[in-house]
Design a protein. Structure first.
Length: 487
């Protein structure tokens, strides 16, 4: 490698000159690398990054969202969930209506509110799994909560407004991911230029010039293109280097083990403890404070390999380019227009009329608190006010000890679409063991394959498993498909 580096250093005239002096060579080299990269980006495919560059996947564009028809969504759910077609169609139509609403005149758009869904069915029949898979299909803010985690306002515990705050946190994370995906190539160009700038400048032999000849003044690492030669200045001694050869070595990974000196945030400068989760700030709050923190913390010059420097510089350059205010604004709009909230175990906050003796802070009071949020109201968060008029709410419950009619009448009216999921029998359990792409049988076979054991289940054995699970569900507690996981 050392011989190869020496061969790449030439002193004859040619393209890509470097001004003398370590600082000036760094600045001009970085500017040259960036200009070459930006020129080639639009004229040639040779600048595509190699496979080792972690390109984040972009969210689906309009054409891809247009392809998510209700039939397509049901087909995608069928790959993982057996039966329950009525529930699948209900959530598929609700998801499609989110897309349709954005394509009608704005005067009518505000008048169209989502039809919230109440899924009723025994435990283990697929209610939660439908919501979990829907979250992966829907490219929108999604949050799943347990109704039993909340208490009436004024009592110890979480209030229902936290649902919307969690949804906004999810929207910010989603919007942040979209922005990062758009900046990946730009950041990779900058990181590549900076690392090559630092590495090549260390390989250049020192050039002795008088202070009068040293122009422009030396640049700090990272001040890319911030100074240029004044027009009319006399030429100065130049060193020359084969940029493309070094660039190819970098992209091939041949320079990964070479060491460079890099200024990185001092590991001893940590976030103050009062900023942590104990004071009530979420993960996204910490992320939003990171930019200010990075500017104020100490920098430490360390000698590390290029491979280790890549992720550090990627994160620093990415944080510089993220517009946090715009991300917050777009995320709130996204949560208001496309947010989906799944409230599980809602039957646990419903009390049977015949056995009700008084108000309960974690039951009827929570129902009353849910009313304005589901109907549509403004919730205050640390990022701003959030309107819940167009957020889709999907609630589910087994309703073993109570009936949906035991809910507050106002809450029943806010969940107009009711879907009943059927309990699972022997045939359903057999299909669960065989039909889904990630069925339990396949999972066990892959686990044993890691030990070089080829595990085979005959059809009779699978039928027996389904039969035993169904019999235990009938004789003991019916926990549905979860019985297949029990010993």
């Amino acid at each position: 490698m050392a011989n190869l580096v020496r061969r790449l250093m030439v002193t004859t005239s040619g393209r890509g000159s470097l001004l003398p002096g370590e600082g000036s060579s760094r600045g001009f080299l970085a500017h040259r690398l960036l200009s070459v990269s930006s020129e080639n980006t639009t004229t040639s495919s040779e600048t595509d990054f190699p496979s080792q560059v972690p390109l984040a996947p972009l969210p689906p564009e309009e054409l891809e969202m247009e392809a998510l028809t209700p039939v397509k969504v049901v087909e995608m759910l069928d790959r993982y969930i057996v039966g329950q077609q009525e529930a699948k169609r209900a959530v598929a139509v609700a998801l499609r209506n989110r897309w349709r609403r954005h394509r009608i005149p704005e005067a009518f758009r505000e008048e169209i509110v989502p039809k919230n869904i109440l899924m009723i069915g025994p435990t283990g029949c697929g209610k939660t799994e439908i919501a979990r898979r829907l979250a992966k299909i829907a490219y929108a803010p999604f949050v799943k909560v347990e109704a039993t985690k909340f208490t009436e306002v004024g009592f110890h515990g979480r209030d229902v407004d936290q649902i919307i705050r969690d949804l906004v946190d999810n929207a910010i994370a989603l919007q942040r991911q979209k922005m990062r995906a758009k900046l990946v190539k730009e950041v990779e160009n900058v990181v590549e230029a900076r690392l090559l700038d630092i590495f090549i400048s260390r390989q250049l032999p020192p050039v002795e010039v008088s202070p009068i000849e040293t122009w422009p003044p030396a640049l700090n690492i990272g001040q890319v293109g911030s100074a240029s030669r004044v027009e009319g200045e006399s030429p100065v001694p130049e060193a020359r280097v084969d940029y493309e050869a070094f660039r190819q070595l970098y992209r091939d990974g041949a320079l990964d083990n070479r060491k460079i000196q890099l200024d990185i945030p001092d590991g001893r400068s940590r976030l103050p403890l009062e900023i942590g989760g104990a004071s009530g700030f979420g993960v996204n709050e910490l992320v939003f404070r990171m930019e200010k923190f990075l500017k104020s913390q100490r920098m430490e010059r360390m000698e590390i390999t290029i491979a280790d420097a890549k992720p550090i510089l990627r994160e620093i350059e990415m944080e510089k380019r993220l517009n946090l205010d715009q991300i917050t604004k777009d995320a709130i709009m996204l949560a208001e227009s496309d947010g989906i909230v799944f409230i599980d175990e809602i039957d646990k906050i419903v009390t049977n009329h015949e056995t009700r003796y008084g108000a309960d802070a974690s039951s009827e009071g929570v129902q009353r608190d849910l009313l304005p949020i589901i109907e549509g109201s403004v919730v205050s968060t640390k990022y701003g006010n959030v309107n819940t008029d167009h957020i889709l709410f999907i609630c589910s419950g087994a309703f073993h000890s109570c009936k949906p009619s035991d809910m507050l009448a106002e809450l029943q009216g806010r969940l107009p679409i009711r879907v009943e999921l059927k309990g699972l029998g022997r045939e359903d359990l057999y299909r669960i063991l065989t039909e889904p792409e990630t069925n339990i049988i396949r999972q066990q076979q892959l686990l044993m394959k890691t030990e070089d054991i080829h595990l085979v289940f005959t059809d009779d054995a699978i039928e027996e498993l389904a039969k035993v699970a169904a019999e235990v569900n009938r004789s003991v507690d019916n926990i549905g498909a979860r019985r297949l996981h029990t010993a």
